[in-house]
Design a protein around this ligand. Structure first.
Ligand code: ADP
Ligand code: MG
Length: 375
Protein backbone atom coordinates (compact mmCIF):
# COMPACT_ATOMS: atom_id res chain seq x y z
CA UNK A 1 0.00 0.00 0.00
CA UNK A 2 1.53 3.31 -0.95
CA UNK A 3 0.46 6.50 0.72
CA UNK A 4 1.74 10.06 1.00
CA UNK A 5 3.21 10.27 4.44
CA UNK A 6 5.64 12.53 6.24
CA UNK A 7 8.81 10.52 6.75
CA UNK A 8 10.92 10.26 9.91
CA UNK A 9 13.69 12.84 9.68
CA UNK A 10 11.24 15.47 8.39
CA UNK A 11 10.59 18.65 10.34
CA UNK A 12 7.35 19.30 12.22
CA UNK A 13 6.48 22.90 13.10
CA UNK A 14 4.40 23.43 16.23
CA UNK A 15 2.60 26.72 16.82
CA UNK A 16 2.54 27.21 20.58
CA UNK A 17 5.20 26.02 22.98
CA UNK A 18 3.41 25.09 26.22
CA UNK A 19 3.09 21.63 27.75
CA UNK A 20 0.93 20.27 24.93
CA UNK A 21 3.53 21.29 22.36
CA UNK A 22 6.25 19.80 24.53
CA UNK A 23 4.51 16.43 24.86
CA UNK A 24 3.75 16.42 21.10
CA UNK A 25 7.42 17.12 20.43
CA UNK A 26 8.57 14.32 22.76
CA UNK A 27 6.30 11.85 20.94
CA UNK A 28 7.55 13.09 17.55
CA UNK A 29 11.21 12.89 18.55
CA UNK A 30 10.66 9.25 19.41
CA UNK A 31 9.85 8.59 15.74
CA UNK A 32 12.83 10.58 14.50
CA UNK A 33 11.22 13.89 13.54
CA UNK A 34 12.82 17.29 13.96
CA UNK A 35 10.82 19.99 15.74
CA UNK A 36 10.68 23.75 15.33
CA UNK A 37 8.37 25.53 17.75
CA UNK A 38 6.93 29.02 17.34
CA UNK A 39 6.29 30.80 20.63
CA UNK A 40 6.94 34.31 21.99
CA UNK A 41 8.56 33.02 25.21
CA UNK A 42 12.22 32.03 24.85
CA UNK A 43 12.91 28.58 26.31
CA UNK A 44 9.19 27.80 26.67
CA UNK A 45 8.37 24.17 27.65
CA UNK A 46 8.36 22.91 24.05
CA UNK A 47 11.56 24.76 23.16
CA UNK A 48 13.31 22.76 25.89
CA UNK A 49 12.94 19.60 23.77
CA UNK A 50 12.67 21.08 20.25
CA UNK A 51 15.52 21.39 17.75
CA UNK A 52 14.86 25.08 17.23
CA UNK A 53 12.51 27.89 18.19
CA UNK A 54 11.10 30.81 16.22
CA UNK A 55 10.56 33.45 18.89
CA UNK A 56 7.51 35.38 17.71
CA UNK A 57 3.85 36.09 18.43
CA UNK A 58 1.31 33.51 17.23
CA UNK A 59 -0.15 36.00 14.75
CA UNK A 60 3.19 37.20 13.34
CA UNK A 61 2.65 36.54 9.64
CA UNK A 62 6.29 36.74 8.62
CA UNK A 63 7.32 34.38 11.43
CA UNK A 64 4.65 31.86 10.43
CA UNK A 65 5.77 32.08 6.81
CA UNK A 66 9.31 31.37 7.96
CA UNK A 67 8.10 28.41 10.03
CA UNK A 68 6.15 27.08 7.02
CA UNK A 69 9.18 27.36 4.76
CA UNK A 70 11.39 25.47 7.22
CA UNK A 71 8.94 22.67 8.07
CA UNK A 72 7.41 19.74 6.18
CA UNK A 73 4.21 19.91 8.19
CA UNK A 74 2.68 22.41 10.61
CA UNK A 75 0.46 21.71 13.63
CA UNK A 76 -0.65 23.72 16.66
CA UNK A 77 -1.08 23.07 20.36
CA UNK A 78 -3.98 25.40 21.05
CA UNK A 79 -6.96 27.01 19.37
CA UNK A 80 -6.40 30.64 20.26
CA UNK A 81 -4.11 31.33 17.33
CA UNK A 82 -5.05 33.82 14.65
CA UNK A 83 -7.36 32.19 12.09
CA UNK A 84 -6.55 34.56 9.20
CA UNK A 85 -2.81 34.14 9.70
CA UNK A 86 -3.12 30.36 9.87
CA UNK A 87 -5.26 30.35 6.73
CA UNK A 88 -2.64 32.36 4.88
CA UNK A 89 0.12 30.08 6.17
CA UNK A 90 -1.83 27.06 4.88
CA UNK A 91 -1.67 28.50 1.33
CA UNK A 92 2.08 27.98 1.15
CA UNK A 93 2.83 25.45 3.90
CA UNK A 94 1.47 21.98 4.66
CA UNK A 95 -1.21 22.37 7.38
CA UNK A 96 -3.18 19.11 7.20
CA UNK A 97 -5.59 20.15 9.95
CA UNK A 98 -6.53 23.24 7.91
CA UNK A 99 -7.71 26.51 9.41
CA UNK A 100 -11.46 25.88 9.45
CA UNK A 101 -11.35 23.78 12.64
CA UNK A 102 -9.64 26.71 14.38
CA UNK A 103 -12.22 29.21 13.12
CA UNK A 104 -15.04 27.10 14.56
CA UNK A 105 -13.52 26.06 17.88
CA UNK A 106 -12.05 29.43 18.85
CA UNK A 107 -15.51 30.94 19.01
CA UNK A 108 -18.10 29.36 21.31
CA UNK A 109 -20.94 30.65 19.11
CA UNK A 110 -19.64 28.93 15.97
CA UNK A 111 -18.71 25.86 18.01
CA UNK A 112 -22.20 25.42 19.44
CA UNK A 113 -23.65 25.89 15.94
CA UNK A 114 -21.31 23.22 14.56
CA UNK A 115 -22.13 20.75 17.35
CA UNK A 116 -25.85 21.34 16.88
CA UNK A 117 -25.49 20.87 13.11
CA UNK A 118 -23.76 17.54 13.80
CA UNK A 119 -27.01 16.50 15.48
CA UNK A 120 -25.68 16.65 19.04
CA UNK A 121 -27.15 18.39 22.09
CA UNK A 122 -25.55 21.40 23.81
CA UNK A 123 -26.77 23.09 27.01
CA UNK A 124 -29.52 25.68 26.34
CA UNK A 125 -27.79 28.97 25.53
CA UNK A 126 -28.28 32.47 24.12
CA UNK A 127 -25.83 34.74 22.32
CA UNK A 128 -25.38 37.94 24.33
CA UNK A 129 -23.88 41.17 22.94
CA UNK A 130 -24.84 43.69 25.64
CA UNK A 131 -26.63 44.18 28.96
CA UNK A 132 -30.08 44.28 27.40
CA UNK A 133 -29.43 40.94 25.66
CA UNK A 134 -28.12 39.57 28.94
CA UNK A 135 -31.29 40.49 30.85
CA UNK A 136 -33.46 38.93 28.16
CA UNK A 137 -31.30 35.80 28.08
CA UNK A 138 -31.37 35.41 31.88
CA UNK A 139 -35.16 35.81 31.83
CA UNK A 140 -35.36 32.94 29.35
CA UNK A 141 -32.67 30.60 30.72
CA UNK A 142 -33.05 31.32 34.44
CA UNK A 143 -30.57 31.08 37.33
CA UNK A 144 -28.11 29.51 37.84
CA UNK A 145 -26.41 30.14 34.52
CA UNK A 146 -22.93 30.90 33.21
CA UNK A 147 -21.82 33.78 31.01
CA UNK A 148 -18.79 32.94 28.85
CA UNK A 149 -16.88 35.11 26.42
CA UNK A 150 -17.29 33.70 22.91
CA UNK A 151 -13.54 33.96 22.31
CA UNK A 152 -10.31 33.60 24.25
CA UNK A 153 -11.46 31.75 27.40
CA UNK A 154 -9.58 28.82 28.94
CA UNK A 155 -9.35 27.15 32.36
CA UNK A 156 -12.48 29.01 33.43
CA UNK A 157 -11.06 32.39 32.43
CA UNK A 158 -13.65 34.60 30.75
CA UNK A 159 -16.55 33.02 32.69
CA UNK A 160 -18.91 34.29 35.36
CA UNK A 161 -21.44 32.12 37.18
CA UNK A 162 -24.72 33.94 37.75
CA UNK A 163 -26.79 32.80 40.71
CA UNK A 164 -28.99 35.85 41.20
CA UNK A 165 -29.51 39.44 40.08
CA UNK A 166 -26.63 40.66 42.24
CA UNK A 167 -24.08 38.75 40.19
CA UNK A 168 -25.11 40.65 37.04
CA UNK A 169 -22.65 43.45 37.93
CA UNK A 170 -19.75 40.99 37.61
CA UNK A 171 -20.52 40.48 33.94
CA UNK A 172 -19.36 43.92 32.77
CA UNK A 173 -15.69 43.00 32.12
CA UNK A 174 -16.88 40.08 29.98
CA UNK A 175 -19.36 42.10 27.95
CA UNK A 176 -16.80 44.78 27.08
CA UNK A 177 -14.61 41.95 25.76
CA UNK A 178 -17.14 41.29 22.97
CA UNK A 179 -19.84 38.73 22.21
CA UNK A 180 -20.65 36.21 24.93
CA UNK A 181 -22.90 33.20 25.39
CA UNK A 182 -25.18 32.68 28.36
CA UNK A 183 -25.55 29.00 29.17
CA UNK A 184 -27.84 27.14 31.48
CA UNK A 185 -25.89 25.65 34.41
CA UNK A 186 -26.14 21.90 33.98
CA UNK A 187 -26.56 19.93 37.19
CA UNK A 188 -24.35 17.16 35.89
CA UNK A 189 -23.75 13.80 37.55
CA UNK A 190 -20.36 13.55 35.84
CA UNK A 191 -18.17 15.39 33.37
CA UNK A 192 -16.86 13.11 30.66
CA UNK A 193 -14.52 13.57 27.73
CA UNK A 194 -13.18 11.60 24.84
CA UNK A 195 -10.40 12.13 22.34
CA UNK A 196 -10.79 11.26 18.69
CA UNK A 197 -8.02 11.26 16.10
CA UNK A 198 -8.34 11.20 12.31
CA UNK A 199 -5.68 11.21 9.61
CA UNK A 200 -5.84 12.58 6.06
CA UNK A 201 -6.65 9.10 4.75
CA UNK A 202 -9.85 9.28 6.83
CA UNK A 203 -8.91 6.62 9.38
CA UNK A 204 -10.33 7.31 12.81
CA UNK A 205 -9.43 6.17 16.31
CA UNK A 206 -11.08 6.81 19.64
CA UNK A 207 -9.52 6.89 23.08
CA UNK A 208 -11.44 5.53 26.08
CA UNK A 209 -14.14 7.69 27.65
CA UNK A 210 -12.79 9.35 30.79
CA UNK A 211 -14.26 11.12 33.79
CA UNK A 212 -13.10 14.62 34.72
CA UNK A 213 -13.28 16.45 38.02
CA UNK A 214 -12.79 20.21 37.90
CA UNK A 215 -11.90 22.56 40.74
CA UNK A 216 -12.62 26.26 40.16
CA UNK A 217 -13.41 25.46 36.50
CA UNK A 218 -9.88 24.03 36.02
CA UNK A 219 -9.36 20.32 35.37
CA UNK A 220 -8.17 18.72 38.59
CA UNK A 221 -8.37 15.00 37.99
CA UNK A 222 -9.09 12.50 35.20
CA UNK A 223 -10.20 8.94 35.86
CA UNK A 224 -9.74 6.46 33.01
CA UNK A 225 -11.95 4.72 32.18
CA UNK A 226 -14.97 6.75 33.31
CA UNK A 227 -17.04 5.02 35.99
CA UNK A 228 -20.15 4.85 33.80
CA UNK A 229 -21.87 1.91 32.14
CA UNK A 230 -21.02 0.62 28.69
CA UNK A 231 -24.08 2.17 27.02
CA UNK A 232 -23.00 5.66 28.14
CA UNK A 233 -19.44 5.03 26.91
CA UNK A 234 -20.79 3.98 23.54
CA UNK A 235 -23.04 7.01 23.26
CA UNK A 236 -20.16 9.34 24.17
CA UNK A 237 -17.93 7.79 21.50
CA UNK A 238 -20.75 7.95 18.95
CA UNK A 239 -21.18 11.68 19.70
CA UNK A 240 -17.45 12.28 19.19
CA UNK A 241 -17.54 10.40 15.89
CA UNK A 242 -20.53 12.39 14.69
CA UNK A 243 -18.89 15.71 15.56
CA UNK A 244 -15.53 14.72 14.05
CA UNK A 245 -17.11 13.57 10.80
CA UNK A 246 -19.26 16.65 10.53
CA UNK A 247 -16.17 18.86 11.03
CA UNK A 248 -14.10 16.81 8.58
CA UNK A 249 -11.50 16.39 11.29
CA UNK A 250 -7.83 15.87 10.57
CA UNK A 251 -5.69 15.63 13.71
CA UNK A 252 -7.05 15.45 17.25
CA UNK A 253 -10.34 16.58 18.72
CA UNK A 254 -11.21 16.44 22.41
CA UNK A 255 -14.92 16.53 23.20
CA UNK A 256 -15.95 17.61 26.71
CA UNK A 257 -19.42 16.58 27.86
CA UNK A 258 -21.84 16.75 30.76
CA UNK A 259 -23.75 13.63 31.81
CA UNK A 260 -26.97 14.19 33.76
CA UNK A 261 -28.30 11.67 36.28
CA UNK A 262 -31.06 10.63 33.84
CA UNK A 263 -28.45 9.82 31.17
CA UNK A 264 -28.83 12.98 29.07
CA UNK A 265 -25.53 14.01 27.50
CA UNK A 266 -24.60 17.55 26.43
CA UNK A 267 -21.45 18.59 24.59
CA UNK A 268 -19.77 21.36 26.59
CA UNK A 269 -16.70 22.21 24.55
CA UNK A 270 -14.45 21.07 21.73
CA UNK A 271 -10.67 21.35 21.67
CA UNK A 272 -8.99 20.75 18.27
CA UNK A 273 -5.81 19.31 19.81
CA UNK A 274 -4.54 16.93 22.46
CA UNK A 275 -6.22 17.70 25.76
CA UNK A 276 -5.38 17.73 29.46
CA UNK A 277 -7.91 14.94 30.04
CA UNK A 278 -5.89 12.72 27.65
CA UNK A 279 -2.55 12.93 29.45
CA UNK A 280 -3.18 9.59 31.18
CA UNK A 281 -2.79 7.95 27.74
CA UNK A 282 1.01 8.47 27.87
CA UNK A 283 1.32 5.65 30.40
CA UNK A 284 -2.04 3.90 30.23
CA UNK A 285 -2.69 3.30 26.51
CA UNK A 286 -1.09 1.42 23.63
CA UNK A 287 -0.37 4.85 22.12
CA UNK A 288 -0.56 8.29 23.71
CA UNK A 289 -2.81 11.06 22.41
CA UNK A 290 0.39 12.87 21.40
CA UNK A 291 1.84 9.94 19.47
CA UNK A 292 -1.48 9.38 17.72
CA UNK A 293 -1.71 13.10 16.87
CA UNK A 294 1.73 13.05 15.25
CA UNK A 295 0.79 9.91 13.28
CA UNK A 296 -2.43 11.62 12.13
CA UNK A 297 -0.82 14.83 10.87
CA UNK A 298 1.93 12.81 9.18
CA UNK A 299 -0.74 10.60 7.58
CA UNK A 300 0.64 7.43 9.12
CA UNK A 301 -1.84 4.64 9.85
CA UNK A 302 -3.32 5.16 13.30
CA UNK A 303 -2.51 2.75 16.08
CA UNK A 304 -5.34 0.77 17.60
CA UNK A 305 -5.98 2.39 20.96
CA UNK A 306 -6.16 0.04 23.91
CA UNK A 307 -6.36 0.93 27.57
CA UNK A 308 -3.57 -1.21 29.04
CA UNK A 309 -4.44 -0.34 32.63
CA UNK A 310 -6.89 2.01 34.38
CA UNK A 311 -5.33 5.29 35.48
CA UNK A 312 -5.80 8.43 37.51
CA UNK A 313 -4.21 11.70 36.35
CA UNK A 314 -4.02 14.69 38.67
CA UNK A 315 -2.85 18.16 37.67
CA UNK A 316 -0.13 20.02 39.52
CA UNK A 317 -0.93 23.73 39.67
CA UNK A 318 1.53 26.35 40.88
CA UNK A 319 0.45 25.95 44.50
CA UNK A 320 0.92 22.14 44.36
CA UNK A 321 4.33 21.93 42.76
CA UNK A 322 6.61 22.13 45.76
CA UNK A 323 4.57 19.66 47.82
CA UNK A 324 4.43 17.25 44.87
CA UNK A 325 8.20 17.30 44.42
CA UNK A 326 8.54 16.68 48.16
CA UNK A 327 6.44 13.52 47.73
CA UNK A 328 8.63 11.96 45.02
CA UNK A 329 10.73 9.91 47.48
CA UNK A 330 7.57 8.37 48.97
CA UNK A 331 5.55 7.77 45.80
CA UNK A 332 7.47 5.47 43.48
CA UNK A 333 4.27 4.62 41.60
CA UNK A 334 3.69 8.23 40.51
CA UNK A 335 4.66 9.11 36.94
CA UNK A 336 5.79 12.68 37.44
CA UNK A 337 5.48 15.16 34.57
CA UNK A 338 6.88 18.65 35.13
CA UNK A 339 6.43 21.03 32.21
CA UNK A 340 9.40 23.35 32.81
CA UNK A 341 7.52 26.65 33.10
CA UNK A 342 9.56 29.40 34.66
CA UNK A 343 7.14 30.70 37.27
CA UNK A 344 4.95 28.51 39.48
CA UNK A 345 1.99 30.90 39.59
CA UNK A 346 -1.15 30.13 41.60
CA UNK A 347 -3.63 28.09 39.49
CA UNK A 348 -1.14 27.74 36.61
CA UNK A 349 -0.72 24.24 35.17
CA UNK A 350 2.88 23.26 36.03
CA UNK A 351 2.76 19.48 35.62
CA UNK A 352 0.72 16.37 36.30
CA UNK A 353 0.92 12.99 38.01
CA UNK A 354 -0.37 9.75 36.53
CA UNK A 355 -0.92 6.60 38.54
CA UNK A 356 -1.75 3.27 36.89
CA UNK A 357 -4.01 1.20 39.10
CA UNK A 358 -6.48 -1.65 39.28
CA UNK A 359 -7.93 -0.10 42.42
CA UNK A 360 -9.22 3.33 41.39
CA UNK A 361 -10.97 4.12 44.68
CA UNK A 362 -7.93 3.19 46.75
CA UNK A 363 -5.66 5.25 44.51
CA UNK A 364 -7.97 8.27 44.77
CA UNK A 365 -7.79 8.00 48.56
CA UNK A 366 -4.03 7.63 48.62
CA UNK A 367 -3.58 10.63 46.31
CA UNK A 368 -5.76 12.64 48.66
CA UNK A 369 -3.79 11.44 51.70
CA UNK A 370 -0.53 12.66 50.16
CA UNK A 371 -1.64 16.19 51.05
CA UNK A 372 -0.35 17.69 47.80
CA UNK A 373 -3.74 18.95 46.68
CA UNK A 374 -4.91 20.41 49.99
CA UNK A 375 -4.96 24.17 49.40
P1 ADP B 1 -12.79 26.29 29.54
O1 ADP B 1 -12.53 26.81 28.17
O2 ADP B 1 -12.31 27.20 30.60
O3 ADP B 1 -12.39 24.84 29.72
P2 ADP B 1 -15.51 25.30 29.89
O4 ADP B 1 -16.69 25.81 29.17
O5 ADP B 1 -15.07 23.92 29.58
O6 ADP B 1 -14.36 26.36 29.67
O7 ADP B 1 -15.79 25.43 31.46
C1 ADP B 1 -14.89 24.96 32.43
C2 ADP B 1 -15.64 24.13 33.48
O8 ADP B 1 -16.67 24.93 34.10
C3 ADP B 1 -16.39 22.94 32.92
O9 ADP B 1 -15.54 21.84 32.73
C4 ADP B 1 -17.42 22.72 34.02
O10 ADP B 1 -16.85 22.12 35.16
C5 ADP B 1 -17.82 24.13 34.38
N1 ADP B 1 -18.94 24.53 33.49
C6 ADP B 1 -18.84 25.24 32.34
N2 ADP B 1 -20.05 25.40 31.76
C7 ADP B 1 -20.95 24.78 32.53
C8 ADP B 1 -22.37 24.58 32.46
N3 ADP B 1 -23.11 25.08 31.48
N4 ADP B 1 -22.96 23.87 33.47
C9 ADP B 1 -22.23 23.37 34.49
N5 ADP B 1 -20.89 23.53 34.61
C10 ADP B 1 -20.25 24.22 33.66
MG1 MG C 1 -13.26 23.09 29.08
Amino acid sequence: MSREMIQPGSTIGIIGGGQLGKMMALAAKEAGFRIIVLDPTPNCPCAQVADDQVIAAYDDEAALRQLGARCDVITYEFENIDYETLKKTAESAHVPQGAELIRVTQNRIYEKDAVTKAGVRVAPYKVVQNEADLKAAVAEIGYPCILKTARGGYDGKGQVTLRDEKSLTETRPLLVHGACVLEKMIDFAKELSVIITRNEAGETSLFPVVENIHHDHILHKTIAPARVDGAVQEEVQQIALQVAESLNLVGTLAVEMFLEADGTIYVNELAPRPHNSGHYSIEACSISQFGQHIRAICNWPLRKVELLKPAVMVNLLGQHLEKAVGQIPYQPEWSVHIYGKKEAKYQRKMGHITVLTDEIEETLLSLEKSGVWQD
